[in-house]
Design a protein around this ligand. Structure first.
Ligand SMILES: Nc1ncnc2c1ncn2[C@@H]1O[C@H](COP(=O)(O)OP(=O)(O)OP(=O)(O)O)[C@@H](O)[C@H]1O
Length: 227
């Protein structure tokens, strides 16, 4: 059984880079402190509740150059992207997925769930002192599902943030997802990891490693070749 005390340890290690508005971009991999969940344990989600399921091996890799978020600045880099309840309700899930697919990114995990209070609070824990935090948690757990995804590919963390757009949709580039689909900071339809250690934390929080697929899309060489 996963020791619940590992979550606060992990939270402390993830530091401010988890929340996305003010995080130092691009330096997280080098500077981030790391945490390791105990071998034989993982965070898993079932029926919208946060549970801690034991498993044999491997452990969730949260430290070292290669983590559950792949390897930073390589084609194995991964980001946690989540369509929020308003995005699901407004039926733009397909459009969001299409953008990432057409850009050349690889979908390695996806699931629809109604997050528990515990999970939503943990995801946004770095904003706990902000006045909008209770409403944010209420919104994420409102009963309409979120679409939790892991996308993989070159520079996905930075590009994912660019594709999503600014936190306040009114400041977002019109070509970005938020810039195209929304006008309110409280209903900005999508989340994307802002740094490598944030992606590591978030993927580990929302997914069991066994849910992450390892495959090669047939068009991969046409997307990734540099010459
Ligand atoms: N002033 C605000 N009023 C209401 N909600 C806010 C406000 N600022 C942020 N939020 C909500 O909290 C979320 C997290 O805020 P954060 O500052 O981390 O921005 P973000 O990184 O762009 O968003 P996310 O983490 O969801 O990708 C925002 O996406 C938004 O839903």
């Amino acid at each position: 059984m996963f020791a619940r005390s590992a979550i606060p340890a992990f939270r402390a290690a993830a530091a401010r880079t988890f929340s996305t508005s003010a995080a130092p971009k691009g330096v997280a991999a080098a500077s981030a402190s790391r945490a390791t969940l105990a071998a034989g344990a993982a965070v898993a989600l079932a029926g919208g509740a946060l549970t801690y399921n034991a498993f044999a091996a491997p452990s969730v890799h949260l430290e070292g150059p290669k983590t559950i978020a792949g390897e930073y600045k390589t084609s194995s880099e991964r980001s946690f992207i989540m369509i929020k309840p308003d995005g699901t309700s407004r039926q733009i899930v397909g459009d969001v997925i299409k953008r990432f697919e057409q850009r050349g990114y690889k979908l390695v995990a996806i699931k629809s769930l109604v997050p528990s209070q515990e999970l939503a609070k943990e995801h946004y824990i770095d904003l706990a002192s902000r006045p909008f935090y209770p409403a944010l948690v209420k919104y994420i757990t409102c009963g309409t599902p979120v679409i939790a995804m892991v996308w993989e590919g070159k520079d996905i963390i930075r590009q994912g943030r660019r594709m999503v757009g600014a936190t306040n949709p009114l400041e977002a580039d019109p070509g970005s997802i938020r810039g195209q689909y929304c006008i309110s900071v409280g209903r900005n339809i999508i989340h994307a990891s802002d740094a490598f250690d944030s992606a590591t934390k978030e993927i580990g929080l929302w997914f069991d490693p066994k849910e992450l697929a390892d495959y090669e899309p047939i068009a991969a060489p046409m997307i990734t070749a540099e010459n």
